[in-house]
Design a protein around this ligand. Structure first.
Ligand SMILES: Nc1ncnc2c1ncn2[C@@H]1O[C@H](COP(=O)(O)OP(=O)(O)O)[C@@H](O)[C@H]1O
Ligand SMILES: [Mg+2]
Length: 257
């Protein structure tokens, strides 16, 4: 009643890929403006869930709503950065070209270089802190710089929701920290909802609002204190999992990660 719709709401979601059930009964609501880490072992269905939210995979049962509406392929309210490998060093593209693909629905072609387009690209590169690299060949950028560039690409349509699939995976800890600080500022200052998939919760501990943990075809969303506990994770995994806190870090022991 007049209250803002959830950024993303999933209700009894079941998803099958190639005849295999990946998610069985997943329900959660991410509120607008939240920063949520999506955690879980390899193959838990994190990427698949993102594709359902993006309208790229239709669920078998249940439903998903994005800002109160059904998912729509190519929707400009979501900025998405898929899981990337590091780009080839001899790739003949500049950072500004790659960022510009965000305006073309990720078409790999040469866009029409209007002045407006250039201005939009430079503005978003500036916002993520790499305006000086606009004309650099992408293969020369470091892993962290490439990730900043992909975040710029995802942000160029000015989305309400940013979905990033393992943006920290190829980064060392100091570059990971820079990306996390950037995402936190995008979330806090622009009130963009951020969902990011990560293997390691620890570097994110100080910035996330909540975590969505996927395992055994199910999911649980809550504060880290609620979710990352021996009790909750043992229930989710259907087996004994121990959460150990040591030196300010959290370790999940016994989970198949
Ligand atoms: N294109 C595909 N073809 C066949 N199986 C797939 C495909 N994509 C995903 N899967 C299956 O779905 C499961 C979940 O995959 P994924 O969503 O990529 O997990 P995560 O991102 O959590 O590692 C995997 O176990 C895999 O077997
Ligand atoms: Mg994945």
């Amino acid at each position: 009643m007049g209250s803002a719709p959830a950024a993303i709401a999933a209700e009894n979601l079941a998803v099958r890929v190639d005849g295999r059930t990946v998610l069985e009964d997943v329900s959660f609501e991410v509120q607008q403006g939240e920063l949520v880490a999506v955690l879980g072992p390899n193959g838990a269905g994190k990427t698949t869930l993102f594709k359902v939210i993006l309208g790229l995979i239709a669920p078998l049962r249940g439903k998903v709503a994005v800002l109160g509406k059904p998912p729509r392929r190519g929707a400009s309210e979501i900025g998405y950065a898929p899981q990337h490998r590091v780009l080839e060093t001899d790739l003949a593209l500049r950072a500004r070209d790659v960022v510009g693909f965000g305006l073309d629905g990720h078409k790999w072609g040469i866009g029409f270089a209007s002045r407006k387009r250039d201005a939009a690209i430079e503005k978003v590169l500036d916002e993520v802190g790499v305006c000086h690299l606009a004309d650099a060949p992408v293969g020369r950028l470091s892993g962290g710089e490439q990730q900043q560039m992909f975040i710029a690409q995802a942000l160029i349509t000015n989305p309400r929701i940013l979905m990033l699939d393992e943006p920290l995976s190829s980064l060392d800890i100091s570059h990971a920290r820079e990306i996390i600080a950037l995402l936190a500022s995008i979330c806090r200052e622009r009130r963009v909802t951020v969902m990011l998939i990560s293997h390691d919760f620890n570097p994110l501990a100080s910035v996330v609002d909540r975590v969505l943990y996927l395992a055994s075809k199910h999911g649980v969303l809550g504060s880290p204190e609620e979710v990352i506990t021996s009790e909750t994770l043992s229930q989710l995994y259907h087996s004994k999992v121990e959460v150990v806190r040591s030196g300010g870090r959290i370790f999940v022991v016994g989970a198949d990660t």
